[in-house]
Design a binder for this molecule. Structure first.
Ligand SMILES: [Cu+2]
Length: 352
């Protein structure tokens, strides 16, 4: 109710100001036609252009200075460096071109502002100028596109070279399940039609397929450092997207089909926790959490860095919390962990 009253008062005040401005205008009995800009109007607008130029440069510098810290730390996958380099070079080119063209645009807007008696020069065309401003963007953009395509094909090339670990990422509203191929590193056939919750067959594995028996279903993704992982993504219900930002990886999970992504993790969780950017970020977040804890607010426990798999497609009301922890560890640690996990066959047997 208070909000409605405040809003009404604000609207009435705005109408009153508008009406008063009109009365003020009508009371100015000057012969001059106010619809035509005078020299002083143009000059004033010219200065405003300069003001705006300073504003956009200022806000760019401010945003970089203030928000760079929320950017992701160094990539933790073999292809991540290449991906980041492409992004930073694109950024640098955009900023360089923006810096120059915005300055020119605003300066010329000021310099050639309208003045009484000044007439614009009629300038039909200039082949050389047009050639220059066409060929430079053509070369730069073609370079970026070719480099982008080359990087894309490198990243998206999924093959069985170097004995990759095969992992299925299964998405459903609103959680993830990971499935390992087990000792044979081969995933058993699966279909959503075979899902049998009562028998703990949550991913619909085909029990008649011998490859399914040793498959391992987990709620925490463990990856051995330095080993290529081929991910096979499935979705049970709607479009989801498997997003692993620290590894610069993202792939949609589409109901009715298997999508793939492959990468090699290069930095273990333990090593990443020592990365200066990560240390700084953890310190900052824990500072905020400590303040919340002092006020007795929720979500105030100290936080520790972990890699994460997030859903990056708005898939429903709990989309925001659809995530799974990823742990990158040494091969020995991984082997030890995977040996402790129950196979699909064992899980089914324990239910029966
Ligand atoms: Cu989702």
């Amino acid at each position: 109710m208070t909000a409605l009253l405040t809003l009404t008062v604000l609207v009435l005040v705005a109408i009153a100001i508008w009406q008063m401005t009109k009365i003020f205008e009508l009371s100015q009995l000057k012969a001059e036609n106010a619809e035509i800009a005078t020299d002083s109007d143009n000059k004033y607008n010219g200065y405003l252009l300069f003001g705006f130029l300073i504003f956009i440069y200022g806000i760019t510098i401010f945003s970089f200075a203030k928000y760079s810290k929320v950017l992701l730390p160094e990539a933790s996958s073999a292809h991540g460096g290449e991906y980041d380099q492409l992004m930073w070079v694109s950024f640098a080119i955009i900023f360089f071109v923006q810096f120059i063209t915005q300055a020119l645009l605003h300066y010329f807007g000021y310099k050639y502002r309208g003045e009484e008696g000044k007439k614009a020069l009629f300038f039909a065309d200039n082949d050389r100028l047009e050639f220059i401003w066409t060929i430079i963007p053509v070369i730069v953009l073609a370079g970026l596109i070719l480099w982008g395509l080359y990087t894309w094909t490198n990243i998206m090339e999924i093959n069985d070279e170097d004995d990759p670990l095969i992992v299925e990422l299964y998405a459903q509203q609103f959680n993830w399940t990971a499935r390992y191929g087990g000792d044979d590193n081969v995933l058993g056939d699966a279909s959503v039609r075979l899902i049998d919750i009562d028998r703990a067959n949550v991913l619909g594995l085909d029990e008649s397929d011998p490859n399914a028996a040793d498959d391992i279903l987990v709620k925490e993704l463990h990856l051995p450092v330095g080993r290529k992982v081929n991910f096979m993504m499935r979705s049970q219900d709607v479009l989801h997207s498997a997003y692993m930002p620290h590894f610069r990886a993202q792939m949609n999970c589409v109901p009715g089909m298997i999508t793939q992504f492959s990468f090699t993790p290069t930095v273990t969780t333990a090593e990443m926790r020592l990365n200066p950017d990560v240390v700084e970020k953890v310190k900052r977040i824990n500072g905020i959490r400590a303040k919340k804890a002092a006020k007795g607010e929720p979500n105030s426990d100290p936080w520790e860095f972990d890699y994460v798999l997030l859903c990056n497609k708005i898939c429903g009301k709990s989309h925001y919390n659809m995530q799974m922890k990823i742990i990158v560890e040494t091969e020995e640690e991984y082997n030890k962990w995977i040996a402790e996990q129950a196979t699909f066959k064992e899980t089914i047997a324990s239910v029966e």
